[in-house]
Design a protein around this ligand. Sequence first.
Ligand SMILES: NC(=O)c1ccc[n+]([C@@H]2O[C@H](COP(=O)([O-])OP(=O)(O)OC[C@H]3O[C@@H](n4cnc5c(N)ncnc54)[C@H](O)[C@@H]3O)[C@@H](O)[C@H]2O)c1
Length: 449
Amino acid sequence: MNAYDELLRTIDRGEAVVGVIGLGYVGLPLAAAFHDAPSAARRIVGFDSDPKKIERLSRGEMYLKHLGDSLPKRLAAGGRFDATCDLTRIAECDAVLVCVPTPLNARNEPDLSYVLRTAESIGRVLRAGQLIVLESTTYPGTTRDEFVPAIMRAADPARGLRPGEDWFAAFSPERENPGDPAHSTHTIPKLVGGLDERSTALASRLYGRAVRHVVGVRSAEVAEAAKLLENIFRAVNIALVNEMKMTLDAMGIDIWEVVRAASTKPFGFMPFYPGPGMGGHCIPVDPFYFAWRARQVGQPARFIELAGEVNVRMPRYVAERTIASLASRGISAAGARVLVLGLAYKPDIDDVRESPSFELIAMLRDAGVEVDYSDPHVAATWAGRRHDLGMKSVALSPQSLASYDAVIISTNHRGFDYEMIARHARLVVDTRDAMRDFEGMMLGRLVRA
Ligand SMILES: NC(=O)c1ccc[n+]([C@@H]2O[C@H](COP(=O)([O-])OP(=O)(O)OC[C@H]3O[C@@H](n4cnc5c(N)ncnc54)[C@H](O)[C@@H]3O)[C@@H](O)[C@H]2O)c1
C-alpha cells in the first residue's frame, strides 16, 4: 500500500497519532479538540519549546485561564495525551499540526523564524506517511515556498522523501476567538488547503474527526489568503469606524449613536465599534503580513496600509483628547494623575497581546502624566516586545477613583463597577461607550474619545 492510502486508512480508523506543536492560545484548544472527540486520534502529543508550559501541564496546572482550569486534568485523565519539549518525538506522529507564533519584526515585517525553526525540527525526523499542517497565520505562499522547502532542507536526502508522494502538507488556519463561549474549536468551520489534492483530502479527513465542519479549498494559498481576508476585513472596518469617530467628534456627533442607528438596517450593514486602537494577536498583525507580500509582488495594498495607520494612531488620539480635556479644566499634563481602566485588549479576558492600553499609557507618561491602571484580569505588567511598564493593578474604590484627575475606560470589562466610576471619578474619558447608562449623573464629567 502506498503512503497516501496507508495514512488515509490510519486516519479513517481514528488510529492516527496527532502531534500539535506550540501549545498556546491556538495549539492547546486544538489538542483538546482531538482529545475530546472520542475517535479522532489514537494519541495526541503536545510539543512546546517552553519547558515551563510543559511542566505546568504535567502538574495539571492551567496557564491560559479562559480555557478553564480543568483542561489539564481532563487531558491527563484520558491517558491519550502527553506533552513534551522533545521535538524528536515528532517522528511518532502521523499528523503534525503547527501552531507556533507568526509575529512582526521591528520593521513590522513578517517574522517567520518560529515557523522555519519548527520546519527544521520536523525535517530532521521526517518519515514517509506523515501529514504536516501549518496553522499559523501567514501570507499566501508561505506553506509552499517557505515551510515545505525548509522541511526538505533539513530532511535526510538519502531517504528521498517527496512531498505529495511520500509525505503531505497543507495549510489550515485557526479561527480561535478567545473568551467567546458561543464558538469553540469543535464548532468553528475549518478551512483546509493542501499543496495538492491528496494533501487536502488527508487534512480534511483528519480535521473532520475532531471538527464539525471542514471546508476544503483548492490550494494552501487560498486558505492562507482567506484567513488574512477575514482579519483584514475586521481591521479595515474598525479603521473606518475609528476614522468616522474622530470626524464625527469634530462635528459634535456621537459615533455610538450613529452606529446603533445604522445597525437598524436589516441588510448590507454590519456594525463595527470604535475603540482606543487594535489589540490581540491577529487584527493588528495580519494586515502587515499581507501588505508586505503585496509590496513584494509589486501591487501595494494601499487601502489596507491606510487602515493600519488609522488604527495605530488611535491611542494617540485618546491620549491627546485626555490631555486637552485636562487642560480645559486648568490641569496641565505634567504631574496630572490618570487611571487607565483595562489592560487586556478586549473585555473579560486576561490577554494583553498588542493591547492599545500599553501605547496609551506610554504616551501619557511621555507627556509627564502619572499613570496607574486597574484590571481585574491582569494583576501586574511584565516585559513585552515593546513595553516594560513595571506596573501593578490598582484596586477600585470611591476613594481611589476620586484621587485621579481623569479615568480613561480603555477596556470595558464587565467586572468594573460603572456606577461607582460615574459617582466618584472627577473626569471619565470613555473609549467604549461604557458609561451610556450613567450619562445623566455625569454632566460635564464625561468625554468620549
Ligand atoms: N490567539 C489567537 O486568537 C489566534 C487566532 C487565530 C490564529 N492565530 C495564529 O496562530 C498562531 C499561534 O498563535 P497563538 O496565539 O497560539 O500563540 P502563542 O504564543 O499563544 O503560542 C505559541 C506557542 O508556540 C510555542 N513555540 C514557539 N516556537 C516553538 C518551537 N520552535 N517549537 C515548539 N513550540 C514553539 C511557544 O512557546 C508558545 O507556547 C499564530 O500564527 C497566530 O497568528 C492565533
